[in-house]
Design a protein around this ligand. Sequence first.
Ligand code: PBG
Length: 294
Amino acid sequence: VLPVFVREGLAEPRAIDGMFGVEQHTETSVVRVYDDLIAAGVQSVMIFAIPELRDAEGSEAYSPDGILTRSVRRARERCGDRLVIIADLCLDEFTSHGHCGVLDEHGAVDNDATLERYGQMALRLAAAGADMLGASGMMDGQVGFVRQVLDDAGFRDVAILAYSAKYASSFYGPFRNAVESQLEGDRRGYQQDPRNRRESCREIELDVEQGADVVMVKPALSYLDVVSDAARQTSVPVAAYVVSGETAMVEAAAAAGAIDRERAIDEVITSVARAGATIICTYWALELALRWKE
Ligand code: PBG
């Protein structure tokens, strides 16, 4: 799965600080990436969108024609069934404070009020043609809630990729530049503690009970034990996300001449597969597909 970033109001693709060659795309330039993925045999894309306007409610995420909805619609029109289209289902790109949900009067994330927004957002994205929604916001009950909303509206075939084991990690640093995150503070209130292994088992169980079609572990590299646990524990496919900071570590070391870039990338991706992930989100997806084809 290749993650892509579409930035509203951008005239030209723009480099992202710390992302080594990954760009923010315009609404039109990203379409070329889809063509390249299909030609290379990559099966799936995960779309993140950055709106021009943000507010405390993240309302551009579920407005009738917001940037993410438009991008999904366009991807579907362009690709038909040749690419599995995953849309990120989270408010963090859309809120002025950068949190994954709306806040209560004390400034804490309001879990249940956020679920209502996720439901509205899910309906927009499903109607636009998303095959799968990446529930990445880490609100309690999000999978069951979104599943119910989708089913009630007749979107039974839209799948849910649950970010079941998402740790509060330092390795998301460059991603926050990619989405121009406004976050102050951290997400430790709703993301997991890196020291906790058992909690992931429980979160995965809950998400599968609630209807998750795929469970995700994120980050991947520092959490291969969790990937391995997940693969043993559950019968649904396990995905792992090699995140921005993990990618940057390899790229920076290679750029410094310390390691062989291609061998290191292959080794990283192999390790994630070996641990038990059968779906891997990586910024190297296109490059790897092309190289392995050769
Ligand atoms: C949140 C989200 C994050 C990433 C994907 N979705 C970051 C966060 O929790 O701050 C990180 C991905 C990466 O680092 O590559 N919607």
